[in-house]
Design a protein around this ligand. Structure first.
Ligand code: HSE
Length: 408
């Protein structure tokens, strides 16, 4: 369902590796029977399979597995729920659907003894859903964090390495099929937000809604931040993070952060994604690969189709509980070092003295050609709430940018 970038990649991949896919699925009758889309595709090798009628798929008893690659919540939710209720397993690349309605759809799948799988919803082609829910299941997870959006990582990389203007980098990402239909979802962090919701639900066992994730995109970043970050031995990356607090609650955020060059995540460029999982037995483990694009994402969708083929009349356990309202704590309660860039009309000496009093051990940063009155520094480890309160007391300082320094 949905013959866009990902859906057409699924058809292409099924055809390309048909024999091995059939063998792995253990379903000798596996074949692509319908493509649901509003459009026609004359001349396309699979154009003859196109139907505009969802009921043709729903009511066909020969259809046992449905791949949803339409994106968006509606009508994807109604279509997926109807397929599950009709006893068909569903696989999806739709992160908005899983982040918002995953708990409910997993319950419907359970009630009808079918599978609802979504490996492609996070990290494109990178295996992360299965590793998190199966291979790392023996661990207590304390943190999941990563570069979860290929488009913004591509833009940041081009801006830093090629000095390419933001708009040009976005256009190239769109031409390559990385960006969402509305790239605001990439730029403003909403896409990464949906992905961290899914990872947090799997890692911590409770539904985390997008509205519970403090989300900030990359549109307010300036070249100044890149330069100061570099002077501090860091790269600026858009990170999705979910972290367990000592009291058992979690915080969940999407925001640009300073990632030290000593971290593998700092070198993750272009459309690549990387996801770090921190477990009590495994320590840190990182999953890396192409986080967006036609065939990488199709790779994960088809793997789920194969898994559904192997699990007819059997269920793969994957799921989480409905979330408690107080499970996600305000992000301000978490501690970190913070990078602060701002400007002040106060005399530099007076500001520096106040800065060191508020943040003993703070490190002031320098960059070439900084305008007079600009100041940038990195705080010691503090609770975010306290950092913001202390900054408000610094004489005349107007902060332009406050970013976490990631510990990854
Ligand atoms: N727009 C998304 C990205 C696609 O750039 O990562 C993959 O989810």
């Amino acid at each position: 369902m949905g013959y866009g970038v990902v859906g057409s990649g699924v058809a292409q991949l099924l055809a390309k590796n048909y024999e091995s896919i059939v063998a792995h699925s253990m379903q000798s009758s596996l074949r692509l029977k319908y493509i649901l889309d509003l459009r026609d595709f004359p001349g396309d090798p699979f154009g003859h399979l196109v139907t505009h009628d969802f009921n043709a798929i729903l009511e066909d008893p020969a259809v046992g597995i449905v791949a949803e690659t339409m994106g968006g919540l509606h009508p994807a939710f109604e279509f997926v729920r109807a397929c599950l209720q009709a006893g068909k397993s569903v696989v999806t690349s739709n992160k908005e659907l899983v982040a918002c309605m995953g708990c409910e759809l997993l319950q419907v799948a359970k009630e009808h003894n079918v599978n609802f799988l979504f490996e492609a919803s996070v990290g494109g082609g990178i295996p992360i859903i299965r590793p998190l829910s199966q291979c790392l299941a023996a661990n207590t997870i304390s943190e999941v964090a990563g570069i979860l959006n290929g488009t913004t990582n591509f833009i940041l990389t081009r801006m830093i390495e090629d000095a390419m203007p933001f708009a040009d980098a976005l256009r190239v990402a769109q031409e390559n099929g990385y960006a969402e239909k509305d790239p605001t979802a990439d730029i403003e962090g909403y896409d990464a937000c949906r992905k961290i919701c899914i990872l947090a639900a799997l890692a911590f066992g409770q539904h985390v809604a997008p509205s519970q994730v403090r989300t900030q995109g990359i549109s307010a970043l300036g070249q100044e931040d890149m330069a100061y970050a570099e002077s501090f031995g860091c790269a600026v990356k858009l990170l999705g993070c979910a972290k367990r607090l000592p009291d058992g609650r979690i915080t969940a955020t999407v925001a640009p952060a300073l990632v030290p060059h000593s971290s593998l995540l700092s070198g993750v460029g272009d459309v690549y994604n990387a996801i770090l999982v921190r477990g009590d037995a495994i320590g840190d483990v990182i999953f890396y690969g192409r986080g967006a694009g036609k065939l990488p994402t199709a790779s994960a969708v088809v793997a789920d189709i194969i898994d559904c083929g192997k699990h007819v009349q059997k269920r793969k356990f994957i799921g989480w509980e409905a979330g408690r309202a107080d499970f996600v704590a305000p992000a301000e309660e978490d501690c970190a070092r913070f990078y602060v860039r701002g400007h002040s009309a106060a005399k530099e000496n007076a500001l520096q003295a106040a800065l060191l009093q508020a943040f003993p051990g703070a490190k002031q940063l320098r960059r070439a050609a900084a305008p007079s009155g600009e100041i940038a520094f990195v705080t010691p480890v503090r609770r975010e709430r306290d950092v913001c309160a202390a900054i408000a007391r610094l004489p005349g300082l107007r902060p332009d940018s406050i970013l976490r320094v990631a510990e990854l």
